[in-house]
Every structure is written in structure tokens, then in C-alpha cells.
Design a protein around this ligand. Structure first.
Ligand code: TYM
Length: 325
């Protein structure tokens, strides 16, 4: 299968991104043709500092390599280095109804969050995402739950294009992990863990042991002392159990049994230890890669070249179907 996914360089990559997306990517690269990229063009739609963007892109690349993405097995690159993404976005704009874009949950959320900066890019955002996906004739897109609506729109755009101009694109499916598709914020377990919100809501992949301890020990839990997985009634403890289960490989049932009589404090201490140990090799690999920035940049360049080879073919086909030369 051809697998594709992307991530925005908008802040520290956290355990939600890892459990919802990157962990699947690392597994999928073993048996599939994978294309993964840093969606820097998407990140321009929310307020950012231009002088920090390159540093964030390099940090994001390092995070992926440290977490197990192998650029030998996978095409890994920066979106803006492959101009075909923006060209296909423009071509697809003409088959995507504005009404569909206005209905997107993330568009509504972002226009609420960034009231002072409701730019056209925020609205077009999902068309660029559809272009990312369709450009590579993707079969499946491994993502967290928040991206499912964007994949559905991509399918609709592919269908509309094919109806109007003849079969060109295939409809990709979303690949969600069975568990961990929506990790919740530590300081507010009714909201999604997010890299564009306060650092108190997430644990980054490279968090220091001291910070992991601080954040887990102060994670919001629920009233009552019972350790039970009930996401609606007990979102805080259920979120911690989910994280525990995914990092330890133990089932929720097993964890409920182990911690049942021990209380929240004990569970949090044990989770702190688990995360500290699990993330230690990530921290070590990041350190090694930080001093090899030239290698990282070179790897991204090679990735972009490989991506362009696939993308150019689709662009030519699309242009010709639409009557362009
Ligand atoms: P982004 O950068 O917000 O997130 C990257 C990936 O992490 C997943 N994710 C989560 N999973 C579980 N729990 C969470 N709390 C959590 N937060 C984030 C996201 O679902 C995503 O899979 N629009 C995309 C980037 C993009 C893209 C694409 C993705 C651009 N083009 C083409 C797939 C295909 C985004 O903003 O992801």
C-alpha cells in the first residue's frame, strides 16, 4: 500500500502525536511504501514567528528520526520543498464547494481560537491537505481522530474530480489506531492534547524526567478514588490509563486490577517512571541528531527529490485532464 501522512511544525511534538500517528507510521514503514512530511505550508495559517520556522522544521524532522522513522525506508520531506502540493491545491480548489470547507470542525475551532487572524488559508487548509494526499495516489492515511473529517473531504474531492474530468484519483482511507486516536490534555481531559496550546497540556517526546514528573503528578483527575476506565464520567483517569496501556502494552483491564486499591498517586508515580524510561532513548537520539544538522538537512533534501519524482507525474496527468498544457 502507499501510505501518506503529515504533521505541522507548530510546537513540540507530544505523546498524543506519537500515539495517534507517528507510532503507526513507524510500524507501517516496514511493509509499505510510505510518504511522510512536515506540513510547513499548513502551519502558516495560524500566528507564528518566521524567524523560528526553520528551527521548528528541523526539530520536527529530528523528532521523527528519533522516534523511529527511517528515511531509507520512507520518503520524508518538507512540504514547501515540493511545489506540486500548492499547484494541485489550486487545481482542486475549483472542484471543492466553499460550503464543505465552512463545515469543517477544525476551521470552526481555529476561527474561534484566532479571531484576529481569520485568513483565507484557514478555509482552504483542507484542500491543501487533499492535494498532499491525492498527489501521491495514496491508499491509506494514518492519523488521529481529529483528521478524519479532512480525509472524508479528500475522498469527496477525489470523487468530484473523477466525475468531472475522468478517473484520476483514488479515494484514500483513514487509518486510526484502535486506541490512542484522541489523547486528551493533561490539564483539561475534556480537550484534546494539542501542541498549539499551553505546554501544561502535553508531554513532549523529549520532556525531561523532572518535567514528566511535574506534569503527570499535576494532571487533572476526577472526583472519587476509584481507578476505572470510564471516559465520559472519569475523563482524567481514563486518559492516564490509555496512555499507560499504550506505552506499557498492558491492557486497561489489567491496569484497573493492578491499581484498583492503590489510588491515583500511586498510578501517577508508576506512569511517570514508565514514560521517563520509554522516552529516554528518544532524548538520547535527539541529542545525537542535534549536532548533525547538516545530515538532517541533506536527508530532507533527498526526501524532497524522491517526493517530486512521484508528484510531477500526478501533476502532469491532472493538468492534462483539466485541459491545461
Ligand atoms: P497535526 O500536526 O495537528 O497532528 C499530527 C498528527 O497527530 C495526530 N494528533 C493526535 N492523535 C491523538 N491524540 C491527540 N491529542 C492528537 N493530536 C494530534 C493528528 O491526528 C495527526 O495525525 N492537518 C494535519 C497535518 C497534515 C496532514 C496532511 C495529515 C497536513 N497534510 C495530509 C495527513 C495527511 C495536522 O494538522 O496534524
Amino acid at each position: 500500500m502507499r501510505i501518506l501522512s503529515g504533521i505541522q511544525p507548530t510546537g513540540s511534538i507530544h505523546i498524543g502525536n506519537y500515539l495517534g500517528a507517528i507510532k503507526q507510521w513507524v510500524e507501517l514503514q516496514e511493509k509499505n511504501e510510505c510518504v511522510f512530511f512536515i506540513a510547513d505550508l499548513h502551519s502558516l495559517t495560524i500566528p507564528y514567528q518566521p524567524e523560528n520556522l526553520q528551527k521548528n522544521i528541523i526539530e520536527a524532522a529530528i523528532a521523527h528520526f528519533a522516534a523511529g522513522i527511517d528515511p531509507q525506508k520512507t520518503v520524508f520531506f518538507v512540504q514547501s520543498e515540493v511545489k506540486e502540493h500548492t499547484e494541485l491545491c489550486w487545481l482542486l480548489n475549483s472542484v471543492c464547494p466553499v460550503g464543505d470547507l465552512e463545515r469543517m470542525i477544525q476551521y470552526k475551532e481555529k476561527t474561534r481560537q484566532f479571531k484576529q487572524n481569520i485568513n483565507a488559508g484557514l478555509l482552504i487548509y483542507p484542500v491543501l491537505q487533499a492535494a498532499d494526499i491525492l498527489l501521491y495516489k495514496t491508499d491509506a492515511v494514518p492519523v488521529g481522530k481529529d483528521q478524519v473529517q479532512h480525509i472524508e473531504l479528500t475522498r469527496a474531492i477525489a470523487r468530484k474530480f473523477n466525475q468531472r474530468f475522468g478517473k484520476t484519483f483514488q479515494e484514500p482511507k483513514a487509518l486510526l489506531p484502535k486506541m490512542g486516536a484522541k489523547i486528551m490534555a493533561l490539564n483539561n481531559p475534556r480537550q484534546k492534547m494539542s501542541k498549539s496550546s499551553s505546554p501544561q497540556n502535553y508531554i513532549s517526546l523529549f520532556e525531561s524526567p523532572e518535567e514528566i514528573k511535574k506534569k503527570i503528578m499535576s494532571a487533572v483527575t476526577d472526583t472519587g478514588k476509584k481507578i476505572k476506565y470510564e471516559p465520559k464520567r472519569k475523563p482524567g483517569i481514563s486518559n492516564l490509563l490509555t496512555i499507560y496501556s499504550l506505552f506499557s502494552g498492558k491492557s486497561i483491564k489489567e491496569l484497573e486490577k493492578t491499581f484498583q486499591s492503590k489510588g491515583y498517586g500511586f498510578l501517577k508515580k508508576s506512569l511517570t517512571e514508565l514514560l521517563t524510561n520509554f522516552l529516554e532513548p528518544f532524548r538520547r537520539k535527539r541529542k545525537e541528531l542535534l549536532i548533525r544538522e547538516v545530515f538532517v538537512r541533506e536527508t530532507l533534501k533527498i526526501g524532497a527529490k524522491r517526493a517530486r519524482n512521484i508528484a510531477q507525474f500526478t501533476i502532469q496527468e491532472t493538468r492534462s485532464k483539466m485541459g491545461l498544457i
